[in-house]
Design a protein around this ligand. Structure first.
Ligand code: HEM
Length: 454
């Protein structure tokens, strides 16, 4: 009986102190001037506002509340930048405060505790290993050879192809040729194995997980995500041709011999690095090309106006303009210290979401912002981010996109197989990368071109 009384008193003390501490904390925070924020619900706060497609929902909110928005996703405070000026304030002016990225349970599992490139905290490991290896060994001085998309051969038989799948295989091959000098999607079986892995990793890292947002669920695997990771691990162990293959890992271990001792590199960090290159790189590059091709199929007038120009130094043809559908509609950072932006307080550990999709559709910049006008373009829309944590593959990715697109539109007429009147359904689906709600299935009809330089 005495015991029960003790526990009751303890419980009451706990409840009272909890509310007192909360009150004190909220008082100290209320002296902050925070950006405008919509009404929030208890516990989940603004999480429900992200539906059905997060970048579009945030875009609509920014039209009501302005380009700088303060939201709470469960336990996490977050600011959303939806105009070029606000985004630049964060990722240029206050770059040093926003050089980390927030991670999730899924990310920590996939990256062996942020041992990868994107999520490694800004510091020695990121600078000396991730950035350096990427810039010197993978991108430095090496050039992309000529390459041909798989669709070129398939088209001989006038077959319908799933353009997204073909582009994914192409992007995978480019990345694996650069890293291990061989294709990883040489056969259709291998290609589908790699594609499944990329899809699964993308799905797991993009999946909403209560553990990440609701503090009292932090240690409870409600959705069974832990099991999914065990399955993923087991599958990868049997998956020789994937990016987790032994030869790939040992080649990188070899390249990094010197740094290895200093940075205590582990096999895990190399795996995380490679896995990320394949998953991030494939989804983004294939996505941009697919959306651009879809836009061009829907706007044959633009195609017919001669969209190529000749490079004066190399004599090669290239696309003059191209509106990038940012294949990553949102990118994220996290603040390491309190700072003031646009007269507002942004406390330390606030997450930042830059809505690249929304910036490309800002009505203050673009007339008829939702229309496809190819002359409005890359600069100013931050598709590759900005500063030291911007996309390290930007120039290569642009080259791949341009070369592939020129090849696809100069060599073929595209007949939409699953659309009406040869038009593509441009409806977007939710995902980390910008996905099409309906796959783009087309018949590429080879054009009679005697000579082509791409
Ligand atoms: C069209 C293609 C691509 C687009 C639109 C794109 C976009 C982006 C964006 C927006 C960021 C975040 C930038 C920031 O925080 O400021 C990023 C980072 C990154 N991207 Fe890309 N990317 C593309 C292709 C690739 C490819 C092909 C690879 C690798 C094979 C890649 C690897 C990375 C990595 C590792 C980071 C993290 C860098 C860091 O945190 O320091 N990206 N990318």
């Amino acid at each position: 009986m005495e015991n029960i009384q003790d526990y009751t008193v303890l419980f009451l003390v706990w409840v009272i102190s909890f509310f007192v501490v909360r009150f004190i904390l909220s008082k100290s925070k209320s002296s902050y001037k925070l950006p405008s924020s919509p009404f929030r619900l208890p516990i989940i706060r603004h999480l429900h506002l992200l539906r059905p497609i997060p970048h579009q929902a945030l875009h609509n909110l920014s039209r009501c509340y302005g380009p700088l928005l303060y939201l709470s996703f469960g336990s996490f405070p977050c600011v959303v930048a939806s105009s070029p000026e606000t985004a630049k304030e964060f990722v240029k002016t206050h770059e040093t405060s926003f050089s980390n990225r927030p991670s999730t349970v899924a990310i920590r599992c996939l990256t062996y505790g942020e041992a990868d490139f994107s999520f490694a905290p800004y510091g020695r490991y990121w600078k000396l290993f991730m950035k350096k290896i990427c810039m010197t060994e993978l991108l430095g001085g090496r050039t992309l050879d000529h390459f041909l998309p798989g669709t070129l051969w398939k088209s001989q038989a006038n077959e319908a192809v799933d353009v997204g799948q073909e582009l994914t295989a192409l992007a995978n091959n480019i990345i694996s040729r650069m890293t291990i000098s061989r294709r990883c999607s040489a056969t259709s079986e291998e290609a589908s194995e790699v594609r499944t892995l990329v899809d699964e990793v993308g799905g797991l890292s993009g999946k909403f997980n209560f553990q990440d947002y609701i503090w009292f669920c932090k240690n409870v695997d409600i959705q069974g995500l832990g099991k999914a990771f065990e399955h993923e691990e087991a599958r990868n162990k049997n998956c020789d041709s994937s990016m987790r293959s032994k030869d790939l890992v040992s080649i990188l271990l070899d390249i990094m011999k010197d740094e290895k001792a200093e940075m205590r590199l582990s096999r895990e960090s190399i795996e995380a690095f490679i896995l990320e290159m394949f998953t991030t790189g494939t989804g983004t590059s294939a996505g941009v090309i697919q959306w651009a091709l879809a836009e061009l199929i829907n706007h044959p007038d633009i195609l017919n106006k001669g969209r190529e120009e000749t490079d004066s130094t190399t004599g090669n043809k290239r696309l003059k303009t191209l509106r990038l559908h940012p294949s990553g509609p949102l990118f994220t950072r996290e603040s390491t210290q309190h700072c003031k932006i646009g007269g507002y307080d942004i406390p330390a550990s606030t997450r930042l979401i830059v809505n690249v999709w929304s910036i490309g559709r800002d009505p203050n910049y673009w007339e008829n912002p939702m229309d496809f006008v190819p002359t409005r373009f890359i600069n100013g829309t931050l598709p590759f981010g900005s500063g030291r944590r911007s996309c390290p593959w930007t120039s290569l990715a642009l080259r791949v996109i341009q070369t592939t697109l020129v090849g696809l539109i100069q060599c073929f007429d595209w007949k939409v197989a699953n659309g009406k009147e040869n038009s593509v359904d441009m409806t977007e689906a939710a995902g980390i990368a910008l996905l099409m709600a309906q796959p783009l299935v087309c018949v590429p009809v080879a054009r009679d071109i005697p000579f082509l330089t791409i």
